[in-house]
Design a protein around this ligand. Structure first.
Ligand code: ADP
Ligand code: ZN
Length: 217
């Protein structure tokens, strides 16, 4: 099964992706992660990618397509993938159609208030990157990482104002792509998260049930 997953920042996309990866044996292709790896390298490509990612700009399409093709070619035959962070534009969606068949789109639907509540209470370890939450996933000692003892901090873009802006940008980017895929009659699985403390496992179960109905899992 080849799938694309769409979800706003703070929708839990990373959590669901890794569980779907484990339970369905898919390869997760995260464009953001791939670019963060590439920019660490002291190569021509690394430098170029860095200049875009650091400014928060989209990497130009010709590079994105090459990188994606390369990554897709590494997937063992018979194994499916879950694409995260691609496509981000209608152009990218059109290019994708030409290189690979997409069986299903997984769309995470999370109300804005839940995203705001989750992200504004998120705290991250400066040392190891572990993620905490001041309400649901408190560290044993306030402000201190359980795993490594490092200091916890709040990302500067995890404030209500900026979160609202990020959700708006996500919606503006994603709506036209979703419309395009619906017009192409690609099946959608919609995962709804209605409460702040909905266990991720339940939502993953729902997604898998819907995929089974489509005979994709
Ligand atoms: P964010 O949600 O902060 O944009 P991502 O991890 O999805 O985080 O992506 C990080 C960066 O990688 C983006 O800001 C962009 O520069 C680059 N990138 C990711 N996906 C794409 C894509 N599909 N097309 C172009 N650039 C991309
Ligand atoms: Zn830590």
């Amino acid at each position: 099964m080849n799938a694309i997953i769409f979800g706003a920042p703070g929708s839990g996309k990373g959590t669901y992706s890794s569980r779907l990866q484990a339970q369905l044996g898919l390869e997760v292709i995260s464009m953001g992660d791939i670019f963060r790896e590439i920019l660490k390298k002291d190569t021509k490509l690394g430098k170029k990618v860095k200049s875009y990612v650091e400014k928060g700009l989209l990497v130009p399409n010709d590079i994105v397509i090459d990188v994606l093709k390369q990554r897709l070619s590494e997937i063992p035959s018979g194994k499916g993938f879950l694409l995260d962070g691609y496509p981000r534009t209608v152009d990218q969606a059109r290019s994708l159609e030409k290189i690979v068949k997409i069986d299903v789109i997984i769309l995470l639907l999370v109300p804005d208030w839940i995203i705001i509540e989750r992200l504004s209470t998120r705290r991250i370890c400066r040392n190891c990157g572990a993620v905490y939450n001041t309400r649901f996933l408190k560290p044993k000692n306030q402000g201190v990482c359980d795993k490594c003892g490092g200091p916890l901090y709040q990302r500067p873009d995890d404030t209500e104002e900026v979160i609202k802006k990020r959700i708006q940008i996500y919606e503006e980017q994603t709506q036209p792509i979703v419309k395009l895929f619906k017009r192409k009659q690609i099946p959608f699985v919609e995962a709804h998260c209605e409460t702040l403390d909905a266990p991720p496992d339940n939502i993953v179960k729902e997604i898998i049930k819907d995929l089974q109905k489509l005979q994709l899992a």
